[in-house]
Design a binder for this molecule. Structure first.
Ligand SMILES: C[S@@+](CC[C@H](N)C(=O)[O-])C[C@H]1O[C@@H](n2cnc3c(N)ncnc32)[C@H](O)[C@@H]1O
Length: 380
């Protein structure tokens, strides 16, 4: 019953595109490959075209051709970086075509992929090379076995989310240089990922000691794109986010990520302004609404809002916190784009109690939580 997604624990970033280690990028001399493609377009029989494709393929696979081959990089020559899998898949598709017209169509598409960049308004994914983005998940069920613990990421803050969540959201819904707001910043996972991916970010956290720890983690993370990653302290219901981003001459942010407490499942502090101390579910929803209104006001129209939330079990009853919250958001100027179900990681503590929970579930007639949700909304 287990479905595996392609989300890697830590893909390597290269020129806006991610490659898995098994799929190292090819750095190709652009002029040379384009000249060969031009020649492919002029072939007038399938067999000669296949021979030419074979010639390109063997040239690319050869390790000895670094002086004269396609992999040769002249000091003043332009290069193009492509994933090996992508290039060989494209060449195979051309070679396997059953008609010359079809083969030419694939050749032209391959040429376009190398010469034109086509992106949407909301991310940097080059749609002319969409097949390369193996690391981006488009399925609604995410089974992620291992949290990304690279760099300064730590599982040390109880209740923090796995970095793969903001990583996926940032890649799908932001461009380099965009601004991201996380009103429940905790240990700073969203800001660490934003910094790695070249996005500016603002995070808000109620507890100063937690905010300070997040600042320390973020400042230990390399900032190769020189972006701003700022953590402020305060109640996200009341903070003036407009003023905060205004200091950086921004009117809006382009992505909102929220990972609130799942009501009182984990108590984060003794502060009554903390959502985990809400006296009831309805009060929790009310507080959430205030934060959605406050932070949502600075989200640019047409941009995205990702909410990560789980449900709760209380006195023999499943409390659908996630859907209750979702319903409220739908009445606040957002449309629903996706509901992602993500498996719940087993903490060491939970693992020890597994048998006890199984017994309780059998006695109580319920199922044990193994999932949480990522709701993706778009501002109308
Ligand atoms: C589930 S954690 C977020 C974890 C975060 N995604 C991470 O990866 O570390 C929720 C955080 O929200 C904070 N919080 C609760 N109520 C808040 C409020 N009214 N304003 C700002 N932060 C709040 C808590 O202190 C806690 O750190």
């Amino acid at each position: 019953m287990k479905t595996q997604t392609k989300i890697q624990s830590r893909p390597t970033l290269f020129n806006n595109t991610s490659f898995t280690p098994a799929d190292r990028p090819l750095i190709i001399n652009k002029l040379k490959i384009l000249a060969l493609i031009e020649k492919l377009k002029l072939e007038n029989s399938l067999s000669s075209l296949r021979n030419s494709v074979f010639h390109i393929e063997s040239n690319l696979r050869s390790v000895k051709n670094d002086k004269v081959g396609l992999l040769n990089i002249d000091s003043n020559g332009e290069t193009i970086t492509l994933s090996q899998k992508y290039v060989f898949d494209q060449l195979n598709q051309i070679a396997e075509s059953q008609t010359l017209d079809r083969a030419r169509y694939y050749v032209e598409r391959f040429e376009k992929a190398m010469t034109e960049i086509r992106t949407s308004k909301i991310n940097d994914i080059n749609l002319n090379r969409w097949k390369e983005y193996d690391d981006i998940c488009t399925d609604s069920l995410w089974i992620i076995d291992k949290r990304d613990s690279s760099g300064v990421h730590t599982a040390g803050y109880w209740g923090n989310f796995i970095p793969q969540i903001p990583n996926q959201m940032l890649k799908r819904y932001t461009k380099k240089g965009d601004w991201v707001l996380d009103p429940f910043v905790g240990s700073g996972t969203t800001l660490i990922e934003s910094q790695r991916l070249g996005r500016n970010s603002i995070g808000a956290e109620l507890q100063e000691n937690i905010a300070q720890r997040a600042r320390e983690l973020i400042s230990s993370e390399p900032n190769k794109y020189n972006v701003i990653s700022r953590v402020i302290t305060g109640d996200s219901r009341e903070l003036d986010f407009k003023e905060v981003i205004g200091k950086y001459n921004q009117k809006y942010v382009q992505l909102l990520i929220m990972h609130p407490p799942y009501f009182d499942i984990i108590r984060f502090s003794n502060d009554s302004r903390d959502l985990s101390n809400a006296p009831s579910v309805s009060k929790f929803i009310e507080m959430m609404n205030e934060i959605v209104d406050n932070a949502g006001a600075v989200l640019e129209k047409g941009r995205y809002f990702a909410l990560v939330i789980g449900d709760k079990y209380s006195k023999g009853e499943w409390i659908p916190l996630a859907f209750l919250t979702m319903n409220e958001i739908l009445q606040r100027g957002f449309m629903l784009k996706s509901i992602i179900v993500k498996n719940f990681e087993e903490t060491a503590g939970k693992r020890n109690q597994q048998e006890l929970w199984r017994y309780r579930a059998l006695v109580g007639g319920f199922y044990i939580f193994k999932h949480e949700y990522i709701f993706v909304f778009k501002k109308k």
